[in-house]
Write a protein that binds this ligand. Structure first.
Ligand code: AMP
Ligand code: ZN
Length: 468
């Protein structure tokens, strides 16, 4: 197994990576703000993190991944207030949708999805520690701010000089009494809108709600410990979000927060960052309605290195659809094959090595995909040759299984909708016939299905079918 190397934003270079305890990678990934559907740009980042966790497992470690769900923030409150709703009524349906979309893209379950609103006591306790350590101060209105001037390491992740940060921030000292324009809110005093939407809690400083950065620090440390292995997110989170997470956590504990920071680049459309506020977003539901599989989007994303920008053009997903169909056809061919050749085994060994080397070298998925496609061409040729080496075939199957355990690109077999409807109709005729004990009619329905090559299987939860 080659050594896993990752680009660590904190060190600004590619470095060897291993979990501190040699067994489990404790990993925190910033999750979605659940007030509308996550877009394909957000999912580019979540797919990069899916790749990361699968590669970590391939390296022989376990993963403990935490992805937070931001279920209280300005945009959520504004949306709830507009309809007189509680924030929960806004966030619950979008939380469900997020998981549905995620599964469509075959993004594996994280071990935990903690919600900000369920961790208010942990967040208050963290603010209390910061106040006690004299790095936070309480403003007249009951808001609490982090004083960046009292944390000398501030800026180490984004490598912005604090002087620059201060000079660059010509924002008027806004409505709150901040000591410094760049000081950020740990705790925000409640406004009437917050109370009206259920977004205010009691605290030692009066009613209020947590700042966004605070939730990630509190939940990461609760579930992963004060120092953990890996923290990931999109590149836009480096500053200020991750910089502020580091400040709050390290100023409270005096220990390093995450050991390694990984950031994925943006998805663009027509050269502009895909973002809700730009209005150029596409989402998973649109994609599904256009008949594009989750595997096609996975392929599209993995075909670019995660640290390079990627542009979603008109025919990008068409090309990826063709690519995954090729992978699907090859997967079926491997199942159906009965034997192989010695050269097939060699091709499998070569492919596996190239695949691992590419991925372990800072997740070079495009090169890993190239190794897979080279293997498909070579293996197809060897399968045509009709050899008699059964272990070689097993070797090829194992190599393909290994590659697919990371990429997960074999599409569902396409069945056209008319055929599916026709089959369902015959199945319900057969069910009805059996219920009235008309076995001749049930057999006739079954015979119609068999005649069209449909195989059926009765099981505990109904009848399943597939094209033979
Ligand atoms: P948000 O819901 O805005 O907090 O974003 C969730 C995740 O998506 C974060 O890790 C962002 O960095 C990431 N993200 C947002 N826009 C894009 C984009 N256009 N391309 C890639 N990642 C993005
Ligand atoms: Zn975060």
């Amino acid at each position: 197994m080659p050594e896993l190397r990752l680009y660590n934003t904190l060190a600004r270079r590619v470095e060897p990576f291993a979990p501190a305890d040699g067994q489990t990678v404790r990993m925190y990934t910033c999750g979605p703000t659940v007030y509308n559907p996550a877009h394909l740009g957000n999912f580019r980042t979540f797919l990069f993190e899916d790749l990361l966790r699968r590669v970590i497992r391939l390296a022989g470690w376990q993963v403990e991944q935490v992805m937070n769900l931001t279920d209280v923030d300005d945009k959520i409150i504004r949306k709830a207030a507009a309809t007189g709703a509680n924030i929960l009524e806004v966030t619950e349906p979008f939380t469900e949708l997020f998981h549905r979309d995620r599964r469509y893209l075959r993004i594996e379950d994280a071990e935990r999805y903690p919600k900000a609103t369920e961790h208010i006591p942990e967040m208050i306790a963290l603010v209390e520690r910061l106040v006690a350590n004299n790095v936070a101060y309480i403003a007249d209105d009951g808001s609490v701010y982090f004083a960046i001037a009292r944390f000398p390491d501030y800026g180490k992740l984004s490598q912005l000089d604090t002087r620059e940060i201060r000079a660059g921030a010509r924002v008027a000292q806004d409505e709150y009494a901040k000591e410094n324009a760049q000081d950020f809110a740990l705790w925000k005093a409640a406004k009437p809108e917050d109370e009206a939407t259920g977004a205010a809690w009691d605290s030692p400083w009066g009613r209020g709600r947590p700042g966004w950065h605070l939730e990630c620090s509190a939940m990461a440390m609760k579930y992963l410990g004060e120092t953990f292995d890996l923290h990931a997110g999109g590149i836009d989170l480096i500053f200020p979000h991750h910089e502020d997470e580091i400040a709050q956590s390290e100023a409270a504990t005096g220990k390093p927060f995450a050991r390694c920071w990984c950031h994925g680049e943006f998805l663009l459309t027509d050269g502009a960052k895909m973002a809700k506020r730009v209005g150029n977003v596409a989402n998973v539901v649109d994609m599904r309605d256009q008949g594009i599989s989750g595997t096609a989007y996975r392929h599209f994303v993995f075909n670019a290195h995660y640290r390079k920008q990627l542009n979603l053009g008109d025919d990008s997903l068409e090309q990826s659809r063709a690519a995954v169909n090729r992978i699907g056809a090859f997967a079926r061919r491997l199942v159906e094959a009965t034997t192989g050749t010695a050269a097939l085994a060699d091709a499998a060994t070569r492919a596996e090595r190239a695949f691992l080397e590419a991925l372990f070298d800072d997740l070079n998925a495009p090169e890993a995909l190239a190794a897979l496609f080279t293997f498909i061409s070579e293996a197809n040729r060897e399968l045509d040759a009709q050899g008699d080496d059964l272990p070689a075939l097993e070797r090829a199957r194992a190599a393909f299984r290994l590659m697919d355990s990371v990429l997960d690109l074999v599409p569902e077999q396409e069945v056209d909708a008319d055929l599916a409807a026709w089959v369902e109709e015959r199945l319900s005729m057969r069910r009805a016939a059996r219920e009235r004990r008309d076995f001749a009619a049930a057999d006739a329905a079954r015979a119609e299905l068999t005649a069209r090559g449909i195989l059926i299987e009765d099981g505990p939860d109904g009848t399943r079918w597939r094209k033979g």
